[in-house]
Structure formats: C-alpha cells, structure tokens
Design a protein around this ligand. Structure first.
Ligand SMILES: C[S@@+](CC[C@H](N)C(=O)[O-])C[C@H]1O[C@@H](n2cnc3c(N)ncnc32)[C@H](O)[C@@H]1O
Ligand SMILES: [Zn+2]
Length: 363
C-alpha cells in the first residue's frame, strides 16, 4: 500500500510541461506524527502552531529559485512559502515580502529569524507591485509568488470578523486601514448589489432570499456582528439548505470577504502589471482557491502566452505582438493526496505557473 501510494505520487506529473517539475520522492519510511508530516510537507513548527504552506514543493520547483535572484512573495501571510524561498537565497539574493495585513508583517521577524537580512518587508496591496519595485529601484524580478485568499491566522482570529462560528464585529478587512468593512457592505449596499455579490462570489443559490432578508432586517437596526448576520442568513434559507453538511453561512461569508477586499480586482490588475516586470526566464506562480480567481489567472496567462492576434486572413502581421510568457501548466497543479490528508484547507487550491520568454522586455 505504502509503495503503491509513493509510486502514484512520483508518477503523477504536475503538468508543468517540463520534466523537472515532478513531485519529489518523499521518504515514507520516516512517516511520523503530525509534526513530522508537517515538516516534510514544508510546515513550520513553533510551540503555538504548525503551518503547512499549500503546494509548497510545487511552488518552489515552479519558481526555480536562483540563489542570487530577486523574488517577490506578494502574499506573505505567516511566511510559510516565503521562509522556504529565503532559505534558498544567498547574500546576493533578495526576497520582497508583501502583505496588506499588519499582523503578517508583525509576525515576520519571528518567522524569518536569521534569514531576515535577505528579506525586504513591505506592507502594501500586491496590486501596487510595480510602484513598490520602482520605490526599491528594482527594474525586474526573477520570480513572483501569489498565494491568494485569506490566511489561516486571519480566519482563526475571531476578532477579524472572517469567522461565521465566533461572534465579532463584521469586519473582514485584510488591510485593517482600508475604508470598507463587511458591515458597510451589508448595511449600505442595495438589494441587487448584495444579491449579485452573494450569487457571483459565493455561488449561493439562496442569494435573492438572503439579500432580501438582510435589507428587511437592517430597516430595524444595522447588522453589526458576524453572528447577527449568520442568524439573518439562516432565517432566509429553506430547511433543506440548512441540513447541508457545509455551514449555511459559509458561501455568504466567502462572498462578502471577496467583495470587501476587492480580491478579484486586485488579481486581475496584478496579472497585467506583473508579467512586464519579470526578468527573462523569470517565473510567476499563482495559487487560487476560487473558480473565478482561477479563471482570471488562466485567461491572463493564456493572453500573455499568445503571439500574433491578427485575423487569419491578414497576409502579414500588423499587430506586432509576440508571446511574453510560456505556460508551464496547461492544467492547474492540485495538491497531492498526502497534502490533502494533512491539510484539508488545501482542498480547492490550484497552482498555475508561467515563465517569461527569453526575449521578453522588462519595462
Ligand atoms: C493564503 S495567505 C498566504 C499564506 C502564505 N503563503 C503562507 O504560507 O504563510 C494570503 C495572505 O495574503 C494577503 N493578501 C491577500 N490579498 C492581498 C493583496 N491584494 N495584497 C497584499 N496582501 C494580500 C493576506 O493578508 C494573507 O496574509
Ligand atoms: Zn499580428
């Protein structure tokens, strides 16, 4: 059984299109308790928490880190990926580690330890990456990683208002200084806007009923906390939907979080802006957790990989376009069974990777 599992992992290609990008042969003889597994999967253990970065090995292979290269992790979080990138750099290399959440920046010195000297910490939205690079005097970078969505610490910290299980002010901002909170959305957006957010970002079938219930409820008093909102959502759902295994508020909370943080806008803008800043053969790795995010990443990479877009009947090319990148993942890479066994939160993760063409100019 063990050999069979190991074989499956090794023979299952990552669809990167290059032979080098296959799962490593993990040593199953040393399979230990959860901490040992976490360590092998790239988890970082401290006395308080064990953190397993999603698709870690695949990202490190995808980035193909050069020890003296310049890399960007646009989603520092608890530095799970970032620490492993920094470990592979020498004194000549640099990691620009970005997060919009002050809590991520505060935790960084602890996470990087002696590696902090190779890291530049930046508290910004990654959609401002070109400006950040300009300010640092960096024309081009050798690799960029984006591991989208919220981090486990953000979800687990009840006071941030992301959780539908614990009561807290309806906040959901990843950037604590941003002007828009979930309470603002819930209490000021009109019925149609709420319905569209719930239906589009949450794929919530009861979106019209939930939006209507929110509007009715706030006529009496504003909805201020997470559990007040959960109650309104529950009240709008039919008994059948309430019996589902998934928490009834899960989809609505996800939808509001995406809206509050303009997550789709940020990724769309960044995909456009980041490719021109990759050095020749520089790589872009993006992990998504939502089908809409994945579609944006897939389309942006495919567009950048396309050359001439002139109609076929044109005798000569007039658009002058040439491919900026080469796709290294035709299909997205997904977590291995072992990763899923250890980290169920990785369930919907998809990784796509592209490489800047040799001749692609850095602007
Ligand atoms: C999934 S977590 C990253 C986890 C990290 N890779 C690790 O292994 O610890 C996403 C992080 O990115 C940050 N983030 C999400 N969208 C962002 C954006 N547009 N700009 C800057 N940071 C963002 C969140 O605040 C969160 O800390
Ligand atoms: Zn053309």
């Amino acid at each position: 059984m063990r050999e069979k599992f190991a074989k499956k992992l090794v023979t299952r290609g990552c669809n990167f299109g290059t032979k080098e990008l296959y799962y490593p042969q993990w040593d199953f003889s040393e399979r230990g308790g959860p901490d040992a597994r976490a360590e092998r999967l790239g988890g970082v253990n401290t006395t308080e928490w064990t953190h397993c970065p999603v698709l870690l090995e695949e990202c490190l292979q995808g980035l193909r880190i050069r020890p003296d290269g310049v890399y960007v992790d646009g989603t520092l979080g608890r530095a799970g990926h970032a620490r492993r990138i920094a470990e592979r750099l020498t004194e000549g290399g640099r990691l620009i580690a970005i997060d919009q959440d002050q809590a991520a920046l505060d935790a960084a010195p602890d996470r990087f330890g002696e590696l902090l000297g190779r890291v530049t910490l930046v508290r910004r939205n990654f959609r401002e990456l070109p400006a950040v690079l300009d300010e640092l005097g960096i024309a081009g970078v050798d690799g960029v990683l984006l591991d989208l969505g919220v981090s486990s610490p953000q979800l687990d910290d009840a006071s941030r208002g992301f959780s539908y299980r614990q009561d807290a002010p309806l906040d959901m901002r990843m950037d604590q200084s941003a002007p828009l909170t979930a309470a603002d959305v819930v209490n000021t957006y009109d019925y149609a806007a709420l319905r569209d957010i719930l239906s589009r970002y949450g794929e919530e079938r009861c979106a019209p009923q939930i939006a209507a219930a929110i509007v009715r409820r706030r006529e009496h008093a504003p909805i201020r906390t997470t559990l007040e909102l959960v109650e309104v959502i529950r009240s709008a759902m039919p008994a059948r939907a309430l019996r589902e295994r998934q928490h009834p508020a899960k989809r609505s909370f996800q939808a509001l979080r995406i809206a509050v943080n303009d997550e789709l806008g940020a990724i769309a803008e960044t995909m456009e802006a980041v490719i021109p800043r990759l050095n020749p053969l520089g790589r872009l790795c993006v992990i998504t957790f939502h089908s809409l995010e994945d579609r944006i990443v897939k389309t942006a990479m495919a567009d950048a990989a396309r050359g001439c877009i002139c109609p076929p009947e044109f005798p000569v090319c007039v658009c002058g376009r040439s491919p900026q990148v080469r796709l290294l993942t035709r299909k997205p890479v997904t977590p291995s069974p072992e990763e899923l066994e250890h980290n169920p939160r990785a369930r919907s993760a998809k990784l796509r990777v592209c490489e800047k063409c040799r001749s692609g100019a850095t602007t």
